[in-house]
Structures are given as structure tokens and as C-alpha cells.
Ligand binder design. Structure first.
Ligand code: CTP
Ligand code: MN
Ligand code: MN
Ligand code: MN
Length: 394
């Protein structure tokens, strides 16, 4: 018999995109544990297990009070046997032995350190670990040639592993806006990703760029990148052109989860006084020339000894360009969270026989694309209650 007063929630829908998940979390002790196991699974190329832990954690994030007894979990969705054992362990012992064991393991620690390098994924880290490389020093001492992204990642390791604040995100937003307005007046810039969901910090800053006249956005990214480069704002960038039109498999059925927008993965050089919020535009270029190349070079590549003397900081920035006709889909697809997005696509496919991507929504029953010019319309097409960005923190 369940004590009604101890029941945390009577009905919790099973898809994360049916739930309102704010940043307020009453069950961090459990969700931290499950998230760590999810991360470990993802870093070990066990995506299925990773998703199972992520779904369990997301369900607990949506509860409005702390879980204090296993009985309260009866009837709640998304909890597999493994996740339940972890929760039980935490309830009974204050911590999960599996989580503690994982945290201490040399393998997990090495995976974290190596994938902390921008440009290094789980597969590369795994290969290096098998060769006995567990630290940045060992990597640098090894004969491995790093690609351009990894070199930049290693060089700016400390900066890139320090969370980006909302103030820094806003400062970068002003620089990006200035760049975009200089090369295409009338274009629109929207903050996406975690900051759009109201997060106070993030691992990067994400922007979506469009123009109200279809077609005017074509070729925009290289111009924006040139402007930023000419002003010294980019430490690294890799631009990928739009491959949407050339694709054969149809817009809503991409061969992978990656979309095909024109995009730029970059590392910004954010001057210190920019992020302080000093907004005299005249000083922009002056500030830039302050950071002389010699200072940059002197900074060195060992990321351990760091008296931070440089008057700037490296920040990961993602830029995406979308035509206005796909803007709502791009906005929804790039606002996250990653699990919320995954659940939206699963809902569309399994419950509605539709295919959702960051480009379009295809109805397989009617054999036609469903148009939308706002996120609200997309939720309506999917038969879902509208969930605002601040409640997509699954
Ligand atoms: N995304 C994507 N394709 C990629 C990378 C990211 O569609 N190649 C989407 C993700 O699904 C996510 C959004 O872009 O919805 C933002 O991704 P990311 O910056 O990695 O995550 P955030 O939620 O912004 O988290 P953080 O604050 O740590 O940056
Ligand atoms: Mn609450
Ligand atoms: Mn982000
Ligand atoms: Mn990003």
C-alpha cells in the first residue's frame, strides 16, 4: 500500500517532450549519479545504455519533490532495473557504489581528460588509452599528430573547460551581431542552445542566423567568418557548407542525426573588457589589437601552469545559418536539450508516423511535408502541448 502523502507524482508521461522540465531539480543526488553513468556509457560507445540512464535521469528531473522512498517510484515511467538499483543504492547508502567505482577508475578519468580536448571524441580517446595515453602530458610526449581542431583544443584546454557564463555569451552575441549586420543588414540572430533554455552557464554559445527574405542567407557564413577573422576574433574555425539541397534521402530523413545547415564550429577570442560589458563599439578593434601575437604565443601549450595574464579568453561558439522557410525547425532542433530533441524525434516517429529533423517535418501517412513558421505550430502538428524553451531542460 502506497502512502498517498509520500507519493511524489501520480502521472508522469513517458516522453520527455510531453513534460515540463525546468532547471529546478529536486532530485540532483539521483540525477547526478545517473548522468555520470550515462556519460560513462556514451564515452564507452554504449549509446543504448547511455540513453536509458539519460531517460531515467530526465524523468526524475521532472518531479516536483525529492524522492525519499523507492515506493514513490511505483508506476513512474523510464526506470529500468539498472537505474532502479542505482537509486536504491543512493537511498540506502547515500551514494551509488557503481558511480563511486566509475569515478575512481583510471579509464573513466582518462576518457574525461582526453575528450575534454575540443576535437577529440570517444573513439579517438579510446584508441589513445589503449596505447597507454591517460594524460595531456602523455599525449604531448607521444608521436601522435593532432589535427587542426585538436591542436587548438589542446592549446586552449583550460579556457575551453571552464564554463561559459551568460555575460560572456551576451558579449559574444554582440560581436556576432556586429559581424552579421556588417555583411548582411536585415539578417536576424537568435541565441539557441542551453542559454535559450535559461541556463546560467554552458560549454559553448550557440547562434542561429537567418534573413526574412528566402535566399538572402545563401553564402552568408564565409562572409561572417571573414569579418570576424579580420578583426582578430577567431582562434579557430571550421565552416561546413549547406549540403541540404544536394542530399538524396529527403530533408526529413537524414542519413544521420546531423543536419545539413551551413555552420561554423569555432573558438572565439573574447577580450576581457568585452565580457565586462563595456559596450563602446569604438573600442572593439582597439581591444583586439591589444592582444598581440607574441602574448598569444607566450601563452604556451602546457595547460597546467597558468597564471592567467592574457587579456582574453577562448570560448567555443557554434554558428548555424538557416533559410527562413526552415527557421522554426532549426530553432526547435538547436534549442535542445539533446534528450528533449531525441524524444521529440522518437515521439514523431513512434506515435505520429512523422519524421522530424532540424529542416522539416514529414507526415508519412499523408505523404507530405507539414509547414511551420513557429515552434508552436510544430508542437501542434505533433499533437503535443507547447513546451517553452525554459521547460525543455530534460
Ligand atoms: N546540435 C545539433 N547538431 C550538432 C550539435 C548540436 O543539432 N552537431 C543541437 C543539439 O541537439 C542541441 C543544440 O544543438 O539541441 C545545442 O547543442 P550543445 O551546444 O551541444 O548543447 P547545449 O544544450 O547548448 O549545452 P551547453 O550549454 O553545455 O552548450
Ligand atoms: Mn518544482
Ligand atoms: Mn551549447
Ligand atoms: Mn553547441
Amino acid at each position: 500500500q502506497v502512502d498517498e502523502s509520500k507519493e511524489v507524482e501520480s502521472i508522469v508521461p513517458s516522453y520527455a517532450c510531453q513534460r515540463r522540465t525546468t532547471l529546478e531539480n529536486h532530485n540532483t543526488v539521483f540525477t547526478d549519479a545517473l548522468s555520470l553513468l550515462a556519460e560513462n556509457a556514451e564515452l564507452s560507445d554504449e549509446d543504448g545504455r547511455g540513453v536509458a540512464f539519460r531517460r531515467a535521469a530526465a524523468m526524475l528531473k521532472a518531479l516536483h519533490s525529492p524522492v525519499t522512498d523507492l515506493l514513490q517510484l511505483r508506476g513512474l515511467p523510464c526506470l529500468g532495473g539498472h537505474s532502479l538499483r542505482v537509486i536504491k543504492d543512493v537511498l540506502e547508502n547515500g551514494a551509488s557504489s557503481e558511480v563511486e567505482f566509475t569515478k575512481q577508475s583510471e579509464r573513466f578519468k582518462a576518457l574525461k581528460v582526453l575528450t575534454g580536448i575540443f576535437g577529440v571524441g570517444a573513439k579517438t580517446a579510446e584508441r589513445w588509452i589503449r596505447e597507454g595515453i591517460h594524460s595531456l602530458q602523455q599525449l604531448q610526449d607521444s608521436a601522435h599528430t593532432l589535427n587542426r581542431a585538436q591542436q587548438a583544443g589542446l592549446e586552449h584546454y583550460d579556457d575551453l573547460n571552464q564554463p561559459v557564463t551568460k555575460a560572456e555569451g551576451d558579449a559574444i552575441g554582440e560581436i556576432v551581431a556586429k559581424a552579421v549586420m556588417s555583411v548582411l543588414p536585415g539578417a536576424q540572430i537568435t541565441l539557441i542552445g542551453g542559454f535559450r533554455r535559461g541556463k546560467l552557464t554552458g560549454h559553448d554559445v550557440d547562434f542561429l542566423i537567418t534573413h526574412p527574405e528566402e535566399g538572402r542567407e545563401v553564402g552568408l557564413m564565409p562572409k561572417v567568418v571573414s569579418w570576424l577573422e579580420s578583426k582578430g576574433f577567431l582562434l579557430y574555425q571550421k565552416t561546413t557548407r549547406n549540403s541540404y539541397l544536394e542530399s538524396k534521402d529527403g530533408p526529413a530523413r537524414p542519413s544521420s542525426n546531423m543536419d545539413r545547415f551551413e555552420r561554423c564550429f569555432s573558438i572565439f577570442k573574447l577580450p576581457e573588457d568585452e565580457k565586462q560589458g563595456t559596450k563602446q563599439t569604438e573600442t572593439l578593434t582597439d581591444t583586439c589589437s591589444l592582444t598581440t601575437p607574441s602574448l598569444v604565443k607566450d601563452e604556451g601549450s602546457e595547460s597546467t601552469k597558468r597564471a592567467n595574464l592574457k587579456p582574453w579568453r577562448a570560448v567555443r561558439v557554434d554558428l548555424v545559418v538557416s533559410p527562413i522557410s526552415q527557421f522554426a525547425f532549426a530553432l526547435l532542433g538547436w534549442t535542445g536539450s539533446k534528450l528533449f530533441e531525441r524524444e521529440l524525434r522518437r515521439w514523431a516517429g513512434h506515435e505520429k508516423a512523422m519524421s522530424l529533423s532540424s529542416h522539416a517535418l514529414y507526415d508519412n501517412t499523408q505523404s507530405k511535408y507539414l509547414r511551420a513558421s513557429s515552434e508552436e505550430e510544430i508542437f501542434a502538428h505533433l499533437g503535443l502541448e507547447y513546451i517553452p524553451p525554459s521547460e525543455r531542460n530534460a
